[in-house]
Design a protein around this ligand. Structure first.
Ligand code: NAD
Ligand code: TDX
Length: 334
């Protein structure tokens, strides 16, 4: 099976490539990645000689047309992915997430290739802390940030191309991922690498916001389950019942790293900060038989900390510029 993986040099995409090569000996992988600030060739160390790597833009229609024409299936991870960046400059989010998805859909339509669209639970907006309901496939779209609006728009393009043009496509909306090779701009790697550097973790506001954490390998296993067994035109939510608030995550990181659990700073909150995400993944579990393998967030987080300790050469080049950018907008409050 010839698999075109867009964004395969990023966090989730690179883990998808590693896992695919480990578990699917028949897969021939092509990665299409623009190598933005978020993409790194070193995330594919160990597999360079087993894949084809194409440096390029998912919004480049002629390049995309050629690569899609050579594939059996497209798994589209490439995106601008960070909410804070989308508040600073939304422009690349519209270009990559909307125009890029449009280019892929047109190529998929021309070539009749199977397409899987990677999306996020953020398209559904946020929940109150005490809301007994979680997001389901039927929850109305209500995105908050330029990032989540651009992802929501890209999902709607996919749905329209299924209905209007009959393309063979599925969509998955997953909750917050953690694990190896995640950029240090994101919450968990930022705090781990801060602690390694002797810097106090930075919590937005009071830290009561809840995220529904899932290990990246569980996400990627779910993606393969949907590619193999999903019904075209359907959306599947991916989540592993991992709700934790940010304050508890920071305290756990500090504890696991042998520091005082109260040794963090509260900093300026994110504008429009979503309060809570929570996924009901019943369709994926019952209809397609997927179950997550990582059942302990504490153990998964401890392994992730070990990965960052052992792979400083991977993250060190990103760290200074990332913190300099945050320093322009975030002040320590207490
Ligand atoms: P990431 O920022 O780590 O990686 C994105 C990758 O896409 C990078 O390698 C980057 O170089 C590449 N890219 C960016 N613009 C491109 C373009 N125009 N053309 C080609 N390549 C381009 O992102 P991630 O966290 O791995 O997220 C991957 C996907 O999963 C995204 O679609 C995101 O919306 C979705 N998602 C992420 C999470 C999460 O917790 N990180 C959760 C749910 C869904
Ligand atoms: O330094 C920080 N301190 C902090 O308290 C950072 C970077 C974040 N936070 C908070 C904001 C969020 O409540 O932690 C939470 C997680 O933040 P992010 O890692 O930026 O993730 P989030 O905004 O929840 O979005 C993530 O999950 C959904 C991914 O970045 C998206 O790509 C995905 O769609």
């Amino acid at each position: 099976m010839k698999v075109l993986v867009t964004g395969g040099a990023g966090f989730i995409g690179s883990n998808f490539v590693h896992r695919t090569l480990e578990t699917r000996p028949d897969a021939e992988v092509t990665v299409l990645d623009l190598l933005t600030y978020a993409g790194s060739q070193t995330s594919l160390d160990g597999v360079h000689d087993r894949i084809r790597f194409v440096e390029g833009d998912v919004a480049d229609a002629s390049l995309v047309d050629r690569l899609v024409g050579e594939a059996d299936v497209v798994v589209h991870f490439a995106a601008e992915s960070h909410n804070d960046n989308s508040l600073d400059d939304p422009s690349p989010f519209v270009q990559t997430n909307l125009v890029g998805t449009f280019a892929l859909l047109e190529a998929v339509r021309r070539h009749g290739v199977r397409y899987h669209h990677i999306s996020t639970d953020e398209v559904y907006g946020d929940l109150e802390l005490d809301d007994p309901k979680k997001f389901t496939e039927d929850t109305p779209y209500n995105p908050s940030s330029p990032y989540s609006a651009s992802k929501a728009g890209s999902d709607l393009l996919v749905r329209a191309w299924v209905r209007s043009f009959g393309i063979r496509a599925t969509i998955s909306n997953c909750s917050n991922n953690y694990g190896p090779r995640q950029h240090v701009e994101k919450f968990i790697p930022r705090q781990i690498t801060n602690v390694i550097d002797g810097v106090r973790p930075k919590l937005y506001g009071a830290g009561l916001n809840v995220r529904d954490w899932i290990h990246v390998d569980d996400h990627n296993e779910a993606v393969w389950t949907i590619v193999d067994k999903g019904v075209s035109g359907e959306t599947y939510l991916i989540g592993a019942d991992g709700e934790v608030n940010n304050l508890d995550v920071v305290r756990l990181i500090l504890e696991l790293m042998g520091e005082d659990p109260d040794g963090f700073d509260q900093v300026t909150d994110r504008a429009g900060h979503d309060l809570r995400y929570a996924i009901e993944a019943g369709r994926l579990r019952q209809e397609l038989g997927w179950t997550p393998r990582y059942d302990s967030f504490r153990d998964g987080l401890a392994a992730t900390i070990e990965w960052y300790r052992a792979n400083e050469a991977w993250w060190r080049p990103q760290k200074e510029a990332t913190e300099a950018k945050y320093a322009r907008t975030q002040q320590v409050l207490s």
